[in-house]
Structures are given as C-alpha cells and as structure tokens.
Design a binder for this molecule. Structure first.
Ligand SMILES: O=C(O)[C@@H](CO)OP(=O)(O)O
Length: 204
C-alpha cells in the first residue's frame, strides 16, 4: 500500500508578477494565478485524485490556491489544516524589494546565493536549510504518518517550502536542489511507501 502526496505551489501572486521578493509578506493571487490554481485542480480531478487530507500555509496566496483547486475538484466542506511551518522562506530584509534592483545593487552572484544556495540566508531571513528545519519536522509529524497509512494528502504551499520537502523526499544534494525550480501552480505527485520512502514520482 502506498500513500499519495500532492505538492502544489501557489499560482502567480501579485508580487511574483511585480518581481518582488515576497517571503512571509501576504499578496493575493493575480488573475493568471487563479487560472493556474484552477487548471491544477482540473488536472487532479482528471487524474482521479481525491485527497483525504488538505494542508496549506498561513499565507493567503497558498490558501486561495487550495480553495480554487477544491472548487474545480467539486470538493466541499472539508477540513483544511493551515500551518506557518509550510510558509514561504522568510526573505528578511529583501522582502518587498525588486529582484532586478537587488541584482543591480549586490550583483547577480550574491543574489543567486541568497535565492538558491542551501545554507546562506538572505540578511535577516531564512536559508533553505532554515526553512527545512521547520518544514520537515512538520511534514514528518503531521503528514508522513498519513502517507504511511495509505492516505492521499494535498499540500498547497510555496516555492521554497516545497523545495525543502522535495529535497528531503527525493534525497537531493545541496547542489541538486540549487537548480530545482517549481513553477507557479505546478503539482508534484509522489507515491510514498509504508516505510515512508519515495516509491514513485507520478506524472499527471
Ligand atoms: O519571493 C519569494 O518569496 C520567492 C518565491 O516567489 O522567490 P524566489 O524564487 O527568489 O525564492
């Protein structure tokens, strides 16, 4: 028996569109982002996926993404668990700055290190390692036991909180995770065995 884990990054937010570092700031989805969330909901429905449990972060772009997916899947009146452990990486002092302006000020290489290195945090913020230090224990305590029991779990979260989970689930190195991008609205679907290990990556 395997469990099914569906990880979905929120649809495009207003700050993704404006190219701003977002982190724990709380912008809404754009119209395009709403469409991405709905399209992913439709794809999950078409694949016959009916989750048993639903998780999201404390931020509205992920929560709204989950709501729109549920609408498309025709699912109502379910319990949604929200937890800040699934929030985006905290971008600290970069939050609200334009990413191109930051590159002009600090240089391409430094900004890439802040954005994608494993263990170098942006000033006042969290590295991917710091993000994993809160995201993984939550996954292991709350979500993994459900997967081991054969349940289907849908998680709507963020680029970097999901990269932290993907790194652990796929057993990627810090070098491998550096190059791993998750697009807005993109679903990643895993089958997880009773031992908690990745059994299969599913293509929708
Ligand atoms: O700004 C952010 O919070 C994230 C995701 O949009 O950006 P990045 O791709 O730089 O990690």
């Amino acid at each position: 028996m395997t469990g099914t884990l569906i990880l979905v990054r929120h649809g495009q937010s207003e700050w993704n569109l404006e190219n701003l570092f977002t982190g724990w700031r709380n912008p809404n989805l754009t119209e395009k982002g709403e469409g991405e969330a709905r399209a992913t909901g439709k794809a999950l429905k078409a694949a016959g996926i009916v989750p048993d449990l639903y998780y999201t972060s404390g931020l509205r772009r992920a929560q709204h993404t989950l709501d729109l997916m549920l609408e498309e899947m025709g699912i109502q009146n379910v319990t949604i668990t929200r937890n800040v452990a699934l929030n985006e990486r905290d971008y600290g002092d970069l939050s609200g700055l334009n990413k191109d302006d930051a590159r002009a000020k600090w240089g391409e290489d430094q900004v890439l290190i802040w954005r994608r290195s494993y263990d170098v945090p942006p000033p006042g913020g969290e590295s991917l390692k710091d993000t994993a230090a809160r995201t993984l224990p939550y996954y292991e305590a709350e979500i993994l036991p459900q997967l081991k029991a054969g349940k289907t779990v849908l998680v709507a979260a963020h680029g970097n909180s999901l990269r932290a989970l993907v790194m652990a689930i796929e057993g990627l190195t810090p070098e491998q995770i550096l190059a791993r991008e998750i697009a807005t609205g993109e679903p990643t679907v895993y089958r997880i065995g009773a031992d908690g290990a990745l059994a299969e990556t599913v293509t929708l």
